[in-house]
Design a protein around this ligand. Structure first.
Ligand SMILES: C[S@@+](CC[C@H](N)C(=O)[O-])C[C@H]1O[C@@H](n2cnc3c(N)ncnc32)[C@H](O)[C@@H]1O
Length: 320
């Protein structure tokens, strides 16, 4: 998956003049902090170099994950179009770009972000956005979100891990109250990211939310540790991205997990594919999360006719 051309160009401009050695060091520190889920009171994106390292090495991946989650959400709710957005922990405005791409009618956005370093770049990038009214707001969401109207779409992407555990549940509850239609939460596709999504899922179902995706049911999650539910998107690496990470391969696989919860039900789905399908001669093996709340390994062959043909076109993360 590629980020929109206008965003790509704006990022290239933002990275002009950064010394490669500095970018490499900042990218390594950032990656270490994210991997360790460090909570030491400091923001990961606390200065300009860390913010620009995020643009080069993380934004393409978080964009791909968020955009993929939006595609699945939109498939379950073809009647939904986001006209207004509230994005929490907006960083450089990744959700804003993905939402405008998914729902071109997006007209207003309010983005809350604590780090002035990344907010500055978000505001600069957003000058090229098609969204007419964009308000950036400084604020620490661990202390509450405040009044925000009832935007159609409320989002929280790659943020829960940066908050103290005690603040997460209340934030999810607060965001649900503010949600006009749909709340989208995205997390890294790690066991810990999945656990945070599971806990948000339990709270939201208890408050009457309809789960649009990825789960095709509202029963308890049938996936059990040490397994965990997650998906992946292949992301093209720019030249600078490769250099900043000292990487040879021109792509990386971003693993992610998400939850789309809505005030309105979506189209029913029979099952979602939870792992890369294994395709053999005349057969396909699928790991499925099914509408009845069970996990099933199913083998389809030519004898299954149309279902087999459909399954051959489907990928990990999609509905069967
Ligand atoms: C990993 S970045 C994700 C940025 C963007 N949502 C994305 O997906 O690319 C997490 C963002 O949340 C912000 N953040 C973390 N804690 C916050 C808080 N307490 N209040 C507001 N923003 C916060 C960070 O500064 C950072 O920009």
């Amino acid at each position: 998956m590629e980020i929109p051309l206008l965003l790509r160009q704006a990022i290239d401009q933002a990275l002009e003049g950064v010394a490669l050695g500095d970018l490499r060091r900042a990218a390594a520190t950032l990656s270490e902090r994210y991997r360790g889920e460090k909570l030491d009171g400091a923001l990961h994106l606390s200065d300009d170099l860390a913010a620009r390292a995020y643009l080069a090495t993380r934004l393409p991946a978080t964009y791909a994950a968020i955009r993929a989650a939006m595609t699945e959400l939109a498939e379950r709710r073809p009647d939904f179009s986001a006209h207004s957005l509230l994005d929490i922990g907006a960083g450089p405005g990744t959700v804003l770009w993905a939402a405008a791409d998914c729902w071109p009618g997006l007209a207003t956005a309010r983005l809350i972000e604590a780090s002035s370093a990344i907010r500055k770049w978000g505001e600069i990038l957003a000058r090229d956005s098609t969204v007419a009214e964009i308000v950036w707001q400084a604020g620490d969401i661990a202390e509450g979100v405040g009044e925000a109207g009832r935007p159609d779409l409320v989002s929280l992407a790659y943020v829960l891990s940066e908050l103290p555990a005690a603040a997460r549940g209340r934030l999810v509850d607060d965001l649900w109250v503010l949600t006009g239609d749909t709340l989208l939460i995205v997390e890294p596709g790690t066991p810990r990211g999945w656990e945070r999504i599971l806990s948000a899922r339990t709270r939201l179902i208890a408050q009457g939310a309809h789960i649009l995706a990825p789960c095709p049911h509202a029963a308890p999650c049938p996936v059990a540790a040490p397994d965990w539910c997650h998906f992946a998107r292949r992301v093209a690496r720019s030249r600078l991205h490769r250099l900043a990470k000292d990487a040879d391969v021109p792509w990386e696989d971003e693993k992610f997990i998400y939850l789309a919860a809505s005030r309105r039900p979506g189209l029913a789905a029979e099952a979602r594919i939870l792992a890369p399908p294994r395709v053999g001669k005349g057969r396909i093996d699928l790991k499925l999360c099914c509408a009845d709340g069970t996990l099933q390994d199913r083998t389809l062959s030519k004898r299954d006719g149309a279902t087999f043909k459909t399954a051959r076109r489907r990928d990990w993360g999609e509905i069967l």
